[in-house]
Design a protein around this ligand. Structure first.
Ligand SMILES: Nc1ncnc2c1ncn2[C@@H]1O[C@H](COP(=O)(O)OP(=O)(O)OP(=O)(O)O)[C@@H](O)[C@H]1O
Length: 191
């Protein structure tokens, strides 16, 4: 983890396009230098082990993960209550590259964990998108998921290094250019 130079934390509501933007950014950066990690990965792998489920299905973006989302939130919150950095630590421990993109920051304590551990190597990005666009992308309000801390905990957080509107009106290449410029990632781009 001493090797890490920069960790970019992405956050935003369900279906705002966090994962989409992170994948596009990562694809433009040199693979030996940059990687995406997901806090949901250790949550899902522990959950899959516990219930003997198919981890790959759980990791994919589809109805399978939605079926278990609420139960995973409730269960992982029990673990966080004892150790708020548990899943963040597990996720970052596997990282090996210099530039780390975290695609699914959801809580103030997630930011706190990274801030306390990596200090000025952290950058934060808030991705936004109107509800009607999220709906068009498959979002449907779900009680116990959309009205709990994992969705709303960062609604009134304001200390973002960068805010992005991903409503489809801006070309995603422009969004990536903006991120590269803001965080001085030019040296890491694929030439
Ligand atoms: N700018 C965009 N242009 C076209 N499609 C997009 C754009 N942003 C997101 N999408 C599509 O919208 C869907 C939801 O995006 P994505 O999975 O990245 O959201 P998310 O914020 O990671 O959601 P969740 O929190 O549910 O994991 C995906 O199918 C993705 O391809």
């Amino acid at each position: 983890m001493e090797n890490i130079e920069l960790i970019i934390l992405f956050t935003g509501k369900r279906k705002c396009g966090k994962d989409f933007i992170c994948e596009r950014l990562n694809n433009q950066l040199q693979p030996q230098l940059c990687e995406i990690i997901r806090i949901s990965e250790p949550i899902k792998s522990e959950w899959a082990k516990k219930l003997n489920l198919d981890l790959q299905m759980l990791l994919s973006d589809g109805p399978y993960k939605e079926k278990y989302r609420k139960d995973m939130i409730d269960w992982s919150d029990e673990i966080r209550a004892k150790d708020y950095g548990f899943f963040c630590r597990k996720a970052i421990q596997k990282a090996t590259k210099k530039i780390i993109i975290v695609s699914d920051i959801r809580r103030r304590n997630d930011i706190k964990y990274f801030r306390d551990t990596f200090d000025d190597r952290i950058r934060t990005v808030r991705v936004s998108c109107p509800d009607e666009v999220r709906i068009a992308r498959g979002w449907k309000f779900q009680s116990g998921v959309d009205d709990v801390e994992s969705e709303c905990g960062l609604d009134d957080y304001t200390d973002w290094d960068l805010k992005i509107m991903n409503d489809g009106s801006v070309d995603v290449n422009q969004i990536i250019e903006q991120i590269v410029k803001e965080f001085k990632l030019d040296d890491y781009l694929i030439i």
